[in-house]
Write a protein that binds this ligand. Sequence first.
Ligand SMILES: [Zn+2]
Length: 399
Amino acid sequence: MKILRLDHQTNLDLLVDYLWDGESPVLHSQMALLIRRGQIEKIVHQSEYQPSGAQQFRLPNLTLLPGLIDAHVHLALDGQDFRTSLNRWPDARAMASVIKKELGLFLEYGITAIRDGSDGAGWNLEAKKWVEQAHYPGPRIVATGKAFRKKGYYGSFLGPGLTGQEDWKRLLNDMVEQGCEQVKIIVSGLITFRKWGEVGPLQFSTDELRYLVKEAHSLGLKVMAHANSDAAIVQALEAGVDSIEHGYFASKETLKRMADNGTFWVPTIAAVVNRLNTSKAEEYSPQEQDIIKRTYEDQLQKIAQAHELGVRLVVGTDAGAPGVYHGQSFLDELAFFRSAGLPTLAILKAATSTGAQVLGLEAELGTITRGKLPYFIAVPGNPLADLDILQKLEMVIYL
Ligand SMILES: [Zn+2]
């Protein structure tokens, strides 16, 4: 497998046997992509292609498609051990080494853009700078910095405990200054696994949430909301958030509302079920393990329902959570979407073009169309007919 980094000076003619553009239900064959100054200037059929002196690059017998997008990760957590990850945070050298490795893993799995769902030390902002300044190879990063959560409630490892409007404004300004492109808000607690459907409490009043979302939007930042339980999702929708993260236990009525509002849903299935694949799984009682499995099965049904209703589904893994490994878990999540019964085209869109929309990068990547940037992968077959072909990457191209 080859990983090729282009730059803003690159002029290249890419001659591909097959192309999936990120949206179409069919492949296009024998296409030529003219990349000029690191941007797709033109896409023509090879019968109309005229060499212009730019370097030519042929991808015989391969299908070119948009690079994959993981819309929910935590670079500051390694997915192996939560405590070890947190203890590593004060050690800048160790963090650089771990994050460098994770960034490389994303590229190896064909993931060329990620959105980080925050960490309490703001390491995701550092990682974004490292990639932008080409210190380390890595995917394009949309950072949220530190999350907004209420003091005394869930999520101390995601952001500082906040007490009121002055606190919120201070953090928001601080995050904007440091390069955040989105805001992460913790609306509810975690699923407890003690009792079916039990979730930690709501953190904010609906008016408080509404204020936070309005402030973020006024600065041009999208809002991603950690919301489990139907009540939490409804509250987040009332407040006008852009995406629901996790979103377990959504009612059909709530899913319908998400579809009507155009709210994105990142159901992070791996975040719950992958914990059963770790060495710590036995720490869960048989009853808790049953609840985890039932929660997973319920989420698959909700995803199928959401797809039927027209909810804008997005693939996001929560990589960094227990058993959710950076890069690799993307394949798990794709398999879960397939287990939910979604058609391959819908899964591929959730992994590319719709992912780009939730990241706010739809003008730059997520589809292979004129004016977009060269974030591509190439596979030896037709991904629309065989999703598993994504496990046989031949090439990753990124900027
Ligand atoms: Zn998360």
